[in-house]
Design a protein around this ligand. Structure first.
Ligand SMILES: Cc1ncc(COP(=O)(O)O)c(C=O)c1O
Length: 381
């Protein structure tokens, strides 16, 4: 849909594919379509694209190529890291995570819990920042994995990841520290090693790459069981014909994103601030995470007296696409587990909308978006 006809502010759910990513995807699909595991020239061509992409992608995160395994997305990477290390573990092994994780981590943690392992779900404060003292108390010699997201997908609130990873290692240096960085990479440069991250989940479609491609980062020295069994692809870590076109698209998207990151995020932040201030001038609202570190592309707004479902539907009719929170949870009129963990009152918990901006933002989008919201609210109250 043309950007002038519909204001898409749901980039945290997925962002449009960058032209360069689409071209790289198409070119690979047309010119290097062979199975990258085959033994002929066309397979070698595909394999070269795969390995060159791996090398480039790893360098974007301060990693080495062997630390990168391609997956079908962030969900698979999170499931893999959280669940498989518990296979064949002694029952005393534990998992620590937080109450505000994406469903991909939360549901994986619940699966571990169901298998009889102790899982600690650490709380957060009213701004959505993890309670570090509580997290420290949950770590012990049995902690196999600690998983804390870099930034939340519903609120954009950023966690002090380096301090958290350090706290975990100070108590148990053997604990694998996992971080879901899916949302954070959309607007941040991340270096895994310097942040003390041992494993991470990344998703292609949040940065302008294709859907159905992601990355599982695992620091050299760690080994985890395979999630998928079958062929010996991806250094025998993940079975299944590799999505080379997806990988090429992801590498191309990342290249453009990294080159333009400063410029893109500056404009996103500027327009988001204009948007928020215009909404605040007019209505009784609360901007979530306003006083803490937050991803520049996410604005979660609490409208004191307006139901989010009603507003979301009305905005859609007026040409704006937003979301109530995580894409996986919307549709079901269930209060957000993230806002619940932040102690948002029941009276207003269903009055939140997430407006998320993306790489294709243009000057003036902040004011234009605020105007649509203002007119829509006036229609429905
Ligand atoms: C924080 C976070 N983790 C994981 C995921 C899942 O990623 P994917 O859609 O690639 O499976 C998402 C997507 O919404 C996300 O925002």
């Amino acid at each position: 849909m043309n950007k002038n006809d519909y204001m898409y502010l749901d980039h945290a759910a997925t962002t449009p594919m960058r032209e360069v990513a689409f071209e790289a995807y198409k070119k690979t699909e047309m010119d290097a379509y062979a199975n990258s595991s085959g033994g002929h020239a066309l397979s070698r061509k595909a394999k070269n694209i795969l390995e060159e992409s791996r090398e480039f992608i790893s360098s974007c995160f301060g990693a080495v190529p062997n630390e990168i395994t391609f997956t079908s997305g962030g969900t698979e990477a999170d499931n893999w890291i959280i669940k498989t290390p518990f296979v064949d573990q002694e029952k005393k092994s534990e998992l620590t995570t937080t109450q505000i994780e994406h469903e991909a981590v939360l549901a994986s943690a619940e699966n571990v819990d169901k298998k009889g392992y102790k899982v600690n779900f650490v709380s957060c404060d009213e701004d959505g920042v993890t309670n570090i003292e509580e997290l420290k108390q949950s770590i012990n010699t049995n902690t196999l994995i600690a998983s804390v997201m870099y930034a939340n997908n519903e609120t954009g609130v950023i966690q002090p990841i380096k301090e958290i990873s350090q706290s975990v290692k100070d108590i148990n240096p053997k604990t694998l520290f996992h971080s879901d960085v899916v949302q954070a990479v959309a607007s941040n440069k991340i270096d895994f090693h310097s942040l003390g991250i041992d494993s991470a989940a990344i998703s292609g479609h949040k940065i302008g790459g294709p859907k159905g491609i992601g990355i599982m980062f695992l620091k050299t020295g760690y080994k985890i069981p395979s999630l998928l069994h079958g062929g010996k692809q991806e250094l025998e870590r993940r079975a299944g014909t590799v999505n080379v076109s997806g990988v090429a698209g992801l590498a191309a998207a990342l290249k453009e994103q990294q080159q333009n990151l400063e410029e893109e995020t500056k404009l996103i932040e500027k327009e988001r601030i204009i948007f928020e201030s215009k909404i605040k001038e007019e209505f009784d609202v609360k901007i979530i995470g306003e006083n803490v570190r937050r991803l520049c592309h996410i604005s979660n707004i609490q409208f004191r007296d307006i139901n989010s479902e009603t507003l979301m539907v009305a905005l859609d009719l007026n040409g704006m696409g937003v979301s109530r929170g995580s894409a996986c949870a919307s549709g079901a009129q269930k209060p957000s587990h993230v806002l619940k963990a932040m102690n948002v009152e029941d009276r207003v918990i269903n009055n939140h909308l997430r407006f998320s901006f993306g790489w294709n933002i243009e000057i003036g989008d902040g004011s234009k978006s605020a105007e649509i919201v203002k007119n829509t609210i006036k229609e429905i109250i």
